[in-house]
Write a protein that binds this ligand. Structure first.
Ligand code: ADP
Length: 169
């Protein structure tokens, strides 16, 4: 059947009823930007099928970095972590899709790149925990919290890619 027929059959209303879509905050850290890995990393999430609903290059304040990582504020590495995240521009991504939070964490790999599986972003592109290239929200609640922290409301663009019927039944 042609795509146009499928599109008329699968109405947005039906698709919406297939379950709420989750959102995750993913960030290419300053080392990923400096090393020229932005395209490579964004490409992995695009190819997987998640929808990019927010994207910007941004150099953050230490206040924002501290708020983002507030759960780690008692860790000995916290000051160095804040220094690392504020050391240059990061690329902020908001991604949407079913199960995107857990799936993005799998694509990113373990915190220590030496322990991350080959095929994951950290497993393929890093060697140190303190330079592990990318961040991904660890729960849907944190996904929402972090998107609200890093993006203004009008910087998040809710849209439906026209290829969606080729990605989801
Ligand atoms: P993840 O980013 O995999 O969710 P955590 O939430 O535990 O991992 O830690 C947040 C970030 O803090 C890590 O991605 C890493 O950049 C940094 N970090 C964690 N543990 C250490 C450590 N032992 N030494 C230096 N940096 C660390």
């Amino acid at each position: 059947k042609s795509l146009s027929i499928r599109r008329s059959v699968i109405s947005p209303v039906v698709r919406a009823s297939q379950g709420p879509s989750e959102r995750s905050y993913v960030m290419i850290k300053p080392d990923g930007v400096q090393r020229g890995l932005v395209g490579e990393i964004i490409s992995r999430f695009e190819k997987k099928g998640f929808t990019l609903i927010g994207l910007k290059l941004y150099t953050c304040s230490s206040e924002l970095a501290k708020e983002h990582y507030k759960d780690l504020s008692s860790k000995p590495f916290f000051p160095k972590l804040v220094e690392y995240i504020t050391s240059g521009p990061v690329v902020c991504l908001a991604l949407k899709g079913p199960g995107v939070v857990a799936s993005a964490r799998k694509l990113i790999g373990a915190t220590n790149p030496l322990q991350a599986e080959p095929g994951t972003i950290r497993g393929d592109l890093g060697i140190e925990t303190g330079r592990n290239v990318v961040h991904g929200s660890d729960s849907p609640e944190n996904g929402e919290r972090e998107i609200a922290l890093w993006f203004k409301e009008d910087e998040v663009c809710e849209w439906e890619p026209s290829m969606m019927p080729w990605l989801r039944e």
